[in-house]
Design a protein around this ligand. Structure first.
Ligand code: ATP
Ligand code: MG
Length: 126
């Protein structure tokens, strides 16, 4: 099964086992992703979703995976409590994400405030 179906199953699982309502949007042609990109994207999204469940205290969260010809954009957004950038050093989840993104020459941008957190990742497809 493909990446998008796997993500749908993961989001369904989160929605049926916890209080946060997750919404998933996927777009593009997942068939052109090779194994490395599929697995990397899944692991990144999964860690972002786990972080939202564990830390955000959000009511709602959105996750978007958009594939274009040359690029993948991963976006997550929650309406939770947010965090300060110095707490980034406290775990290995975000460090792992940064490592994976850097390895693929991508970029990550985290915007967090007391109204929630938005994370946007771009990875060029090669
Ligand atoms: P690990 O991922 O290693 O199991 P962790 O989740 O605490 O532990 P990171 O994933 O690196 O570590 O996240 C670092 C910290 O950033 C978290 O401990 C938490 O304080 C904060 N954080 C991350 N995502 C969110 C979020 N969506 N809302 C609020 N706080 C967050
Ligand atoms: Mg984590």
């Amino acid at each position: 099964t493909g990446l998008f179906l796997t993500l749908e199953a993961r989001v369904y699982e989160l929605n049926t086992t916890g209080p946060i309502r997750f919404v998933l949007i996927t777009e593009g042609d997942e068939k052109k992703l090779n194994e490395l990109f599929s697995i990397t994207i899944y692991r990144i999204v999964n860690e972002l979703l786990i972080n939202i469940r564990k830390h955000s205290m959000a009511a709602e969260a959105a996750v978007q995976v958009l594939l274009t010809e040359n690029n993948v954009q991963i976006m997550t957004e929650d309406d939770g409590i947010g965090f300060k950038s110095d707490s980034v050093m406290s775990g290995i989840g975000l460090k792992n994400i940064k490592g994976r993104v850097e390895l693929l020459n991508g970029t990550i941008h985290i915007d967090s405030s007391k109204n929630g957190t938005q994370t946007i990742i771009h990875i060029p497809l090669t």
